[in-house]
Design a protein around this ligand. Sequence first.
Ligand SMILES: NC(=O)c1ccc[n+]([C@@H]2O[C@H](COP(=O)([O-])OP(=O)(O)OC[C@H]3O[C@@H](n4cnc5c(N)ncnc54)[C@H](OP(=O)(O)O)[C@@H]3O)[C@@H](O)[C@H]2O)c1
Length: 234
Amino acid sequence: MDLDQPDTWPPTLDRIEQVFFVGDARPRFAETSGALAAAARRAGARRLVKLSAFGADFAPEFLIAGSHRALDQAIEASGIAWTHLRPNVWMQNLVKYDHEPIRREGRFQLIQGGRQGELHRPAERLTVLTRPGHEAKVYTLTGPQALTYADAARLLSQATGGRIIHVPLTEEEAPPARPCGRGPGIPGEGPRTMDAFGCSGRFARVTPDLERLAEPKPIIFERFARDHAKAYQP
Ligand SMILES: NC(=O)c1ccc[n+]([C@@H]2O[C@H](COP(=O)([O-])OP(=O)(O)OC[C@H]3O[C@@H](n4cnc5c(N)ncnc54)[C@H](OP(=O)(O)O)[C@@H]3O)[C@@H](O)[C@H]2O)c1
């Protein structure tokens, strides 16, 4: 289904009991989120589980966090039972966005953040959320450790047997207006990215929520680096 095309929603929502909503964090999705939640409710869905973002509750001044907060509020206002998942930064970003520069040059460039929590494949691992008892709950999902990008570079180096370094960028050096510090920009939004959020040190929180909800248990970055070592080899 296309979130921008409401006429594509009904066939997807037909006979659906629960919706797991993953979108991007464009502010325009707030209206869409509310409309989708209302359509799901009308179609008979019992609950909508929304993939939100770390900081949506306490740091709305940062682009992604603030956008997700608006999306989440629109869902809550729709009247459907909801659960919000608020993950910290994903390990997979370092494969999805950074494996090419690492493979080519042995380095990746990101704003130097504070320590960041870790997460591994949240959607696959949270089958517990198909069970009842999670209505009107917010889960803040982090891995078991807080790491810096320098820590990640060291662990990737160990796993690959090569030398991988993190090149810290200042907020001024980073390309502006990129949600999550990458991808297409949101015009006029400025550099209030999640990486800037990381710089504030506010990513460093580690919570027990993922450990409690995930089956099997979340892995640590060292294991992730070993599992994905091939992606970084020249
Ligand atoms: N990456 C992180 O570290 C991180 C951390 C916390 C929260 N999050 C949040 O998790 C969500 C996914 O993040 P991501 O990093 O995987 O971002 P992403 O790669 O940009 O994924 C965006 C998702 O939204 C879907 N989407 C976008 N426009 C759509 C449309 N018009 N109709 C239907 N689906 C649409 C995409 O579907 P297609 O794949 O079909 O295009 C994709 O599944 C975002 O809301 C992000 O803010 C990410």
